[in-house]
Design a protein around this ligand. Structure first.
Ligand code: SAM
Length: 242
């Protein structure tokens, strides 16, 4: 298995014994994102591995960029649940003025340590209550594996809050695991998205551009959603970052 395939498996393998224990504890404490800080803090001490650490941008984000060639020109991008920062750095290199946030302070710390010369603005923030000033403020919003990492009890709110940050004329790209027909939707983390759940990003005026189930044919059981949404320019037709 190549390192890329392994990283892909890791997307799904968010459910190893350690993360399962942290997940149970945070759910019991009614703190849906509470499992992440202890994981990143343990990883910093070498006592845990961050399962989704790919050391490179997600290949479906790269695929989307290569296909769509988004125009950056100093426009603003937001990377949701940025983890260790590889996607944020990639988006910055495309030419976007980039803000990247994570609920785990230790993830933000690790991203800053990893890219000490970075011009990405790494911040601690919670997708479930994002700063009001971000609303409709970003020309490109990138969401990779964050919504699926939160339990279904907060899915609607998490999904809506991702879309709310997209500016008029802006674009949202989402990468998520797809719930297979035989999967139990209650089992997690992660909690992969159904087609209805990926399509639900088209709210608050966002319009779907494409919703692809990328791997179902060549890798049964390892389906990924790669989806793009766009907010029309106020008063006329959608333009996005293209
Ligand atoms: C499965 S990881 C994916 C990380 C990164 N997007 C990637 O693909 O490598 C989910 C990330 O979302 C972050 N996260 C979870 N809940 C969050 C929330 N409510 N607000 C912001 N970040 C959150 C976690 O700390 C973690 O870094």
């Amino acid at each position: 298995m190549s390192s890329r395939d392994r990283a892909d498996e890791q997307d799904q393998a968010d459910a190893d014994a350690h993360t399962q224990r942290l997940a149970s504890a945070s759910l019991a404490a009614n703190d849906p994102a509470g499992r992440f800080e202890p994981l990143y803090a343990a990883a910093r001490l070498g006592a845990a591995v961050v399962p989704w650490d790919r050391g490179e941008p997600h290949r479906l984000l790269v695929q989307w960029v290569q296909a769509r060639a988004p125009k950056a020109d100093g426009r603003r991008a937001l990377v949701v649940g940025c983890g260790l920062g590889d996607d944020a750095e990639y988006v910055f290199r495309l030419g976007f003025e980039t803000v990247a946030f994570d609920v785990a302070d230790s993830a933000v710390y690790a991203a800053r340590q990893r890219f000490p010369a970075s011009r990405v603005d790494y911040l601690s923030a919670d997708l479930l209550s994002p700063p009001h000033s971000w609303r409709h403020a970003f020309d490109l919003v990138v969401e990779i594996l964050t919504v699926q990492s939160l339990p279904r009890t907060v899915r609607q709110r998490a999904t809506a809050n991702v879309g709310l940050q997209v500016a008029a004329g802006g674009t949202l790209v989402v990468v998520a695991s797809a719930l297979a027909d035989h999967d139990d939707p209650r089992h997690g983390p992660p909690w992969p998205l159904t087609r209805a759940e990926i399509e639900a990003f088209a709210s608050d005026g966002l319009e779907p551009v494409s919703v692809e189930d990328v791997h179902t044919v060549d890798r049964p059981g390892a389906g990924r959603w790669l989806a793009e949404f766009r907010r029309p320019q106020s008063g006329n037709s959608p333009q996005g970052v293209h």
